[in-house]
Design a protein around this ligand. Structure first.
Ligand SMILES: [Zn+2]
Length: 88
């Protein structure tokens, strides 16, 4: 079963013209090609999404590492200040 590309009424597979509005329907060949193209686009979008997630994760790790290094540096600075010999 397919649906008319014009009026949306349901019709048998393989009909060339809609029996409700008379609009010519795309051939099975064209539909198969469009389905294949849609599937390719879907896979591409999925790939892009996965890449973006991977990038976002890497970015989060990088930011965490930068924060850790900053915290370490701050801790070292504080220690240096605490153990600074008197008279400085
Ligand atoms: Zn129709």
């Amino acid at each position: 079963m397919g649906f008319c590309i014009n009026c949306g009424n349901q019709h048998q597979d393989g009909v060339r013209f809609c029996r409700f509005c008379g609009t010519a329907q795309p051939s099975e060949q064209l539909l198969a090609r469009l389905r294949a193209e849609a599937e390719q686009i879907r896979l591409l979008l999925l790939q892009m999404q996965q890449q973006q997630q991977a990038y976002a994760q890497n970015d989060a790790y990088a930011r965490l590492e930068a924060m850790r290094l900053q915290a370490e540096a701050a801790a070292r600075n504080q220690q240096n200040q605490q153990y600074r010999p008197p008279g400085w």
